[in-house]
Design a protein around this ligand. Structure first.
Ligand code: SIN
Length: 304
């Protein structure tokens, strides 16, 4: 038997490196009729704010060559409903639940963190400083290294749970942002969130999404994600969780070789919701075919 487990911190062991990307899998419990969610090492929830949010007006999602653009605007059920409705599912979930937190200002992040720190079925946090689709919060926190540091540094005193910051590729130097995450004593970075993108309908002559510009994800962004991970890997020692256009097992191995310790599947869920089944099987077969006992051995191997 090969060992697919990876460690993202002393506090967070994943039975395999496959996680869901926030916003592409709901809260996990909506899909249990057709996919075994226990195949994931971890689920990252849709971004959660203190109060429910309806998000941006539609159309807020559009397909593009090799990907899609979204401008959801952090629509979510809010903290209270999350705590009331999701406990039963996550008590039985065999992987790790990471809650993605989005706030409009510092205190909103801190309030959610403090409340969820007391919840035993929440194993860690992904802090969203990179959503390109909201006027307040989101990427506003994640483009200036010092500004982001001011937001995230106090978080370490609020929780001992796993703490990861999700970075935007829409910056000049993502490595500088990653260094700030490490200086703030967070456990990991996840990257990349979406790239700014736009699409226009030539017949209506109007933008295809309501907010005009949204976030591009999917296979089209994979090489950008890999380049950003490689840049960050050289600058920091803490683990990186890779995100960006992963559609199959080959992609997962590529991200691990580039220095990611785990990965998140995102846009693939929209066109192949059972991708995790195939990818999970591929990882085992790949290790066996390569005479490797553990998947950890692959992390960063392309950079040595
Ligand atoms: C959204 O809700 O608009 C997308 C979230 C994100 O990009 O972080």
């Amino acid at each position: 038997m090969v060992d697919l487990s990876v460690e993202l911190s002393e506090k967070l062991l994943l039975k395999n490196p496959l996680m869901t990307a926030s916003g592409t899998f709901g809260y996990g419990d909506e899909v249990t009729d057709f996919v075994d969610t226990n195949l994931y090492g971890g689920i990252v929830s849709k971004s959660l704010s203190l109060n429910p949010r309806v998000g941006n007006p539609p159309p807020r999602i559009v397909e593009t060559p090799g990907g899609m653009i979204n401008s959801i605007g952090l629509a979510n059920i809010g903290l209270d409903r999350f705590l009331e409705e999701k406990e039963e599912y996550f008590h039985n979930f065999e992987g790790q639940l990471i809650v993605n937190i989005a706030g409009q200002e510092d205190d909103e992040f801190y309030t959610i963190l403090k409340r969820l720190d007391r919840v035993n079925w929440v194993r860690g946090f992904e802090i969203n400083v990179s959503c390109p689709n909201v006027k307040k919060g989101g990427i506003q926190f994640g483009t200036d290294p010092d500004f982001m540091f001011k937001l995230i540094a106090p978080m370490r005193d609020l929780t001992d749970k796993f703490l990861m910051i999700k970075l935007s590729p829409n910056v000049t130097d993502i490595a500088k942002m990653a260094v700030k995450v490490q200086e703030a004593k967070c456990d990991a970075v996840s990257m990349i969130n979406t790239l700014y993108g736009a699409a226009i309908d030539i017949y209506t002559r109007k933008p295809k999404i309501n907010t005009v510009i949204g976030g591009l994800s999917g296979p089209a962004v994979k090489p950008v994600a890999l380049a950003n991970i490689i840049k960050a890997r050289k600058a920091i020692d803490i683990p990186i969780v890779g995100i960006g256009g992963i559609t199959n097992g080959d992609d997962v191995i590529e991200f691990l070789l580039a220095g990611a310790s785990a990965v998140q599947l995102g846009t693939v869920h929209f066109f192949d919701p059972l991708a995790v089944v195939k990818i999970h099987q591929f990882l085992q077969q790949y290790l066996e075919s390569q005479n490797l006992n553990t998947i950890k051995e692959l992390i960063g191997k392309a950079l040595i």
